[in-house]
Design a protein around this ligand. Structure first.
Ligand SMILES: Cc1cc2nc3c(=O)[nH]c(=O)nc-3n(C[C@H](O)[C@H](O)[C@H](O)COP(=O)(O)OP(=O)(O)OC[C@H]3O[C@@H](n4cnc5c(N)ncnc54)[C@H](O)[C@@H]3O)c2cc1C
Length: 329
């Protein structure tokens, strides 16, 4: 039997951003719920080791996730796991209605969307099996594990071109594998790529499968030329996939401002173009997507939400939150 719940703040997604927003909102004594379709952790649960979160030189992804969740719960944020959100909409009186696939409704005057995004996968045998064991979707995060290695990058857009170049800081040799005969990336990025002696482009080719060694780590790719169908092996210890990333924004009913890739646009306070709707972390349009940026966004979003709720309580919800040009739609 679907039920209706009321909160001050509803947070959608329990990745680093959602858990951090939950911590701040709970600490501000707001009645807060973090709704998560799986278990708390987000992409941390797909990351073996984190080496770039300040204060933690080496921490397992799932351990950091547990610490985040415990910390938020300690300050009173309620976690509901296994709750997939279908839709969030703003009702005529300004209240948000967040609807789960079970039919349960969560009513609140403020919502923080921290639903992250999803790297597009190749969908080939071995890709999932070796994810985190040589297969990666994040060069900044995992590049340093491939110092002196021979690795491959798949893709032909800006991300693949830029990250192939970036990865040569660590890798001895980087193959860029692209299914077409030319790249889609900007000319400047292409110039850098072609000038880099550590990079070799393999044109008109797709990766058909990823093979591992006895330790369960990537050791080989099976390639196929798309016009000749010729097949061959490529010995690499890493495969970085950059064939696109989709922000999880389909849950928002109605128009909210976003960039050309679908990432949500916010002001400095993480306020979207819908009043009372905030966004933080990977779902938001920004330069880079890391745990540090996710928690930074989330801190701002939770504090801004608190100020927004106070403004409503004071009968002044149309005012910009802290005077930095918030949307007033
Ligand atoms: C393989 C990999 C390795 C990485 N390594 C590092 C690293 O070493 N260092 C680093 O700083 N960053 C790393 N990153 C990036 C970092 O993990 C992300 O930037 C960070 O997790 C973003 O946090 P987030 O909370 O915004 O989103 P996410 O972590 O994606 O969390 C979003 C959460 O929302 C939930 N959700 C989505 N839709 C719904 C819905 N409809 N209903 C309910 N719940 C929903 C998801 O299940 C998920 O738990 C890595 C990323 C990847 C993919």
């Amino acid at each position: 039997m679907p039920t209706t719940h009321s909160y001050d703040v509803v947070i959608i997604g329990a990745g680093p951003a959602g858990m951090c927003a939950g911590m701040y909102a709970g600490r501000a004594m707001l009645k807060t719920v973090v709704l998560e379709r799986g278990f708390p952790g987000g992409e941390l649960l797909n990351t073996e080791v984190i080496e770039d979160y300040p204060g933690f030189e080496h921490v397992l992804g799932h351990e950091l996730a547990q610490k985040f969740a415990d910390h938020a719960a300690k300050f009173g944020a309620e976690f509901k796991n296994g709750v997939t959100i279908d839709c969030v909409r703003r009702l005529d009186d300004g209240t948000f209605e967040t609807i789960a696939d079970s039919g349960d409704r969560y009513l609140s005057p403020a919502v923080i969307v921290t639903a992250g995004g999803t790297p597009i996968k190749l969908g080939i045998p071995g890709e999932q099996e070796y994810a985190g064991k040589g297969v990666s979707y994040c060069a900044i995060c995992d590049g340093a594990f491939f110092r002196g290695h021979t690795i491959a990058v798949v893709g032909g857009g800006d991300a693949a071109t830029e990250e192939a170049d970036f990865l040569t800081r660590y890798a001895e040799k980087v193959y860029l594998i692209h299914r077409r005969g030319e790249l889609r990336s900007s000319k400047l990025l292409q110039q850098r790529l072609f000038a880099n002696p550590k990079i070799e482009v393999i044109w008109d080719t797709v990766v058909e499968s990823v093979d591992g060694d006895a330790q369960g780590l990537v050791k080989n790719l099976k390639l196929r030329h798309v016009t000749t169908d010729e097949r061959r092996d490529l010995a690499v210890t890493g495969l970085f996939v950059f064939v696109g990333f989709r922000p999880n924004t389909g849950i928002i009913d109605g128009h909210v401002d976003h960039d050309e890739m679908g990432y949500l646009l916010t002001d400095f306070n993480m306020h979207t173009s819908i009043r009372g709707l905030f966004a933080a972390g990977d779902v938001r349009a920004q330069l880079t997507r890391q745990v540090t940026t996710a928690v930074g966004d989330a801190t701002t979003a939770a504090i801004a939400a608190e100020k927004y709720l106070k403004a409503i309580a004071d009968g002044d919800p149309a005012e910009p939150i802290v005077g930095t040009g918030g949307y007033t739609a």
